[in-house]
Design a protein around this ligand. Structure first.
Ligand SMILES: C[S@@+](CC[C@H](N)C(=O)[O-])C[C@H]1O[C@@H](n2cnc3c(N)ncnc32)[C@H](O)[C@@H]1O
Length: 261
């Protein structure tokens, strides 16, 4: 890399606070514009933003297989990337649709949100029909198994009947989205662990294994802080008491893992 291109990359990284180390201490949630409303179970916009800025160029395509309230698609519009999202739950899909429309489309990119199951929806076919070709980045923020109910649909990963069912269904989504990613494209997995029957269940490492099993190369495991929500903050003493009494640590981190096709 010559001095000029190093300088411009350095400026870009500094201007947009692009992270390059694996410990992500993210500040307050960005609640500007279409992000203003907070929805339970959504991630903070800085998570997809980091990946969009590092691993895609303007007018490239980003897929979100668990679109939720549309955070990634809003970021795609904001940064001039085509965005394609899949969300299974009708109500959440509707909320996401109106949030996305609130975001100005300055760069005139395509933003598409479909309702369906990301394990079976023909993502590749739809991108081709839209003239978008293969995507550069896939963002995957699945339910953390059954800890939040995102709806009653059997196909929703939050209703997986067991851990192995959850892993297999996640794996099917990875296979499907893998077909729509270009060679060398990135996959960002955002996942936290859970407790079950008094035991720590390492969902993060389990889904990492499922991703690698499907031919993706692990590039990084980043650890991000969990900001306390107002509800949790007011219960901090209760959580500390429970943790001390039962010999566990309460969750202050999640994983943001990066893989390459
Ligand atoms: C953790 S949330 C994602 C939140 C999102 N990142 C946001 O900021 O709003 C997971 C989402 O995946 C959806 N989901 C679960 N199983 C799905 C499936 N098989 N296909 C598509 N969406 C699914 C859930 O309904 C839920 O909205």
């Amino acid at each position: 890399m010559n001095t000029k291109s190093w300088e411009s990359m350095k400026n870009f990284v500094e201007q947009h606070e692009v992270l390059t180390d694996s410990l992500w201490i993210l500040g307050e949630r960005d609640d500007s514009g279409a992000h203003s409303e907070l929805h339970h179970g959504g991630f903070i916009p800085q998570i997809p933003r980091q990946a969009i800025l590092r691993f895609t160029h303007p007018y490239e395509t980003v897929i979100d297989c668990f679109s939720g309230y549309g955070t990634t698609l809003i970021e795609c519009r904001r940064w001039g990337r085509h965005g394609f999202g899949v969300e299974l739950d009708r109500k959440i899909h509707g909320i996401a649709q109106s949030r996305i429309e609130e975001e100005p489309n300055r760069y005139e990119v395509k933003t598409m949100l479909v309702r369906g199951n990301s394990a079976s929806f023909d993502i590749r076919g739809r991108l081709e029909e839209e003239g978008l070709g293969e995507a550069s980045l896939a963002v995957l923020h699945p339910p953390y198994h059954d800890i939040i109910k995102y709806g009653v649909d059997e196909e929703n990963l939050c209703n997986a009947t067991s851990l192995s069912d959850f892993r297999n269904r996640y794996g099917a989504v990875v296979e499907n989205v893998g077909r729509a990613l270009k060679p060398g494209g990135y996959l960002e997995l955002v996942i936290g662990d859970k407790y079950g029957n008094g035991e720590w269940v390492p969902l993060g490492f389990q889904l990492m294994e499922e991703t690698v099993k499907r031919g993706f190369k692990l590039k990084s495991i980043c650890v991000k802080n969990i900001e306390n929500t107002m509800a949790k903050r007011s219960q901090i003493h209760l959580w500390r008491y429970r943790a001390l009494k039962s010999g566990f640590y309460f969750f202050k981190h999640e994983y943001v893992m990066f893989f390459r096709k």
